[in-house]
Design a protein around this ligand. Structure first.
Ligand code: MF3
Ligand code: CO
Length: 247
């Protein structure tokens, strides 16, 4: 069941979303060669807790840290560790915060120092595919309109769309209905309505879309070892343009 949020609830979503956006800015500042992903995790957790919120990912289905830090061929759910960022890496940071009972969830992919043109293109296309998707996030459209727009844009640019992980409705719970694939058919799926809150999160690979999960049970890596990028925002459907809650 897709929940419709009241104006009062959306206000709480807005505050959780703002905290997530601010936390991303803090982490982005710290990203450079020489820092470990564990340090990024610590700083993010501290920031979220100081704001009176809880880092939503921590202990979620047993996830051991507050953020996901996914480097290079890691698609999503990279667990922060003593791994040191190196010039030329790309790193996707995914983080969530629960404030006053409501969840914000967003992901960004950043370059570490100088990166290749091809990797920068992957980051840009992934981000742009989100914005192509949300052009369709309007009351009266269908969910498949978003999915289709993301897929078409990413594939047109020579990249592949991950199938095994999808976006999701969001609210009191991080994962609510509906699942939001980044591939699919226009004019299919549930109708979008004002008051829906959605986390739209394209995961885009430079090679094949196939993946495998490492023995830690979380880390998803590309099957061909090529790089992957992730970009996500929590949005809400309005009677006009969608509102992005995590920017
Ligand atoms: N943005 C991811 C998602 O929507 C975050 C989940 S990571 C987890 O599924 F560790 F919390 F599971
Ligand atoms: Co998400």
């Amino acid at each position: 069941m897709i929940l419709i949020k009241s104006d009062q609830e959306i206000d709480k979503m807005r505050r959780a979303g703002k905290l997530v956006a601010d936390c991303h800015l803090l982490v982005e500042e710290l990203i450079k060669p020489g820092i470990s992903t564990l340090e990024l995790d610590k700083k993010a957790e501290e920031f979220i807790r100081k704001a009176g919120a809880y880092p939503t990912f921590l202990n979620y289905q047993g996830y051991p840290k507050s953020i996901c830090a996914s480097i290079n061929e890691v698609i999503v759910h990279g667990i922060p560790s003593s791994r040191i960022l190196q010039e030329g890496d790309i790193i996707s940071i995914d983080l969530g915060a629960t404030l006053d009972g409501y969840v914000g969830d967003a992901a960004r992919t950043h370059p570490v120092g100088q990166i290749s043109k091809e990797d920068q293109k992957l980051i840009d296309v992934t981000r742009n595919s989100f914005f192509e998707g949300i052009k369709q996030a309007r009351d009266g459209n269908k969910l498949g309109d978003i999915s289709h727009a993301v897929q078409e844009y990413a594939e047109k640019n020579g990249f592949s769309v991950v199938r095994d992980y999808v976006g999701h409705g969001i609210g009191r719970d991080m994962h609510e209905d509906p699942p939001i694939p980044n591939y699919g058919k226009a004019n299919h799926g549930p109708k979008l309505k004002k008051g829906m809150c959605l986390a739209i999160e394209p995961m885009i690979n430079s090679g094949v879309y196939d993946l495998r999960v490492l023995d830690d049970g979380w880390t998803a890596v590309t099957a061909d070892g090529k790089k992957s990028a992730h970009y996500e925002n929590t949005i809400t459907i309005t009677d006009g343009e969608p509102e992005i809650l995590t920017l």
